[in-house]
Design a protein around this ligand. Structure first.
Ligand code: AQP
Length: 332
């Protein structure tokens, strides 16, 4: 079976709809066909300041949401990044292989550090993509299911894998991004020119899966569309409506064309009312399942402990190989 690896940050508490449609939904599908490794990336989370108690709670909460979304610990390996020390160890090697200018070109760092100010942005935020490189290469992943915003980081992973292999001999699988065109980028409901994101979206533009379902319905109903009245997919000229159609289509499995026909001659109000209902039907059981996992932290922690054990077995082998290739003297 080909292998996949991906991760999600435990920073925001609730996952948002972009996280789910852009990434987590694919993770659930891929556990059926791939040898799948999924992790809650707490090392990445501390690239911006975190309250320790909140970070701990949010790490469990992220794992609970992944299970609620449909990850099955019998079918995939689910773990917490800091439980596998090899991530930080391989990251150091990869840091030493990356050019400063090369790392400086990562657009996500540029955006986030510009927002925080150069003096407040941490060195960790700068090297974050290189830790991500280590995350992926440790598992010899063939594919990495992510949203479009991560494409540049996967490119960097490919470059560094090839560089390492070229310099030290074949060691790492060169991975490919797994990005579904339809849901690669879910847009903010209030400003469909930007991606839905926990840091850039306003509360009304961001659908948190753990929000009160009524709040979610309200947000859908007040989504920004356009002054036209036709319900048609046209990402360039009708980004708001197109975003709603994408969300609707993905959550219900109905094709976009079929939706266009269904709403032919009807107004935006009808589309939004129905989509609000679809969303409520989706988030209500999701919230309940998440709560069930949170109510039983022992089971949750034991799932994560087993996951870490399975992950470490793979990661330790890759790290030992990489260390040997680099020329580190083996510890006897
Ligand atoms: N709007 C989106 N559309 C599609 N995919 C998205 N992802 C995030 N936003 C969208 C994908 O979700 C996965 C997990 O991402 P993450 O752990 O990096 O989440 P994040 O960065 O905390 O999410 P945000 O909201 O994107 O954070 P900020 O505000 O920091 O930029 C990834 O696969 C990502 O592509």
């Amino acid at each position: 079976r080909p292998r996949v690896l991906s991760g999600i940050q435990p920073t925001a508490g609730s996952f948002h709809l972009g996280n789910y449609l852009g990434a987590v939904r694919q993770w659930v599908a891929l556990q059926e066909t791939h040898d799948a490794f999924y992790m809650v990336v707490d090392l990445h989370a501390i690239t911006i300041p975190q309250d320790p108690a909140e970070l701990r709670a949010n790490t469990r909460l992220a794992a609970a949401q992944l299970l609620a979304a449909g990850l099955d610990p019998e079918r995939c390996t689910l773990f917490v990044q800091s439980h596998v020390p090899e991530h930080a160890q391989l990251a150091w090697v990869m840091n030493c292989l990356t050019g400063f200018g090369e790392a400086s070109r990562m657009t996500q760092f540029k955006d986030k550090s510009a927002k925080q100010g150069a003096d407040r942005a941490s060195v960790g935020l700068f090297t974050y993509p290189i830790l991500q490189v280590a995350d992926i290469l440790l598992y010899q992943a063939n594919e990495v299911p992510v949203g479009e915003d991560q494409r540049q980081h996967i490119e960097l992973t490919r470059d560094l894998a090839e560089r390492f292999n070229g310099r030290f001999g074949a060691t790492f699988t060169v991975p490919k991004p797994y990005i579904l065109k339809e849901t690669a980028k879910i847009y903010d409901l209030q400003d469909p020119s930007i991606k839905m994101s926990k840091s850039a979206s306003t509360p009304k533009g961001l659908i948190n899966l753990l929000d009160e379902p009524r709040t979610t319905a309200k947000k859908v109903k007040s989504a920004v569309t356009d002054t036209d009245t036709v319900i048609r997919y046209d990402a360039e000229n009708k980004p708001g409506v197109s975003n709603l159609l994408t969300i609707y289509s993905t959550l219900t499995g109905t094709g976009i064309e079929e939706l266009e026909q269904k709403y032919d001659g009807k107004g935006y109000g009808a589309l939004k009312t129905d989509l609000a209902e679809v969303m409520v039907e989706f988030v209500t059981p999701f919230r309940e399942r998440t709560q069930q996992y949170l109510d039983d932290p022992e089971t949750l922690d034991s799932i994560l402990a087993k996951g870490a054990e399975k992950a470490r077995a793979v990661a330790a082998e890759t790290l030992a190989q990489a260390y040997g290739r680099v020329g580190f003297l083996p510890a006897k």
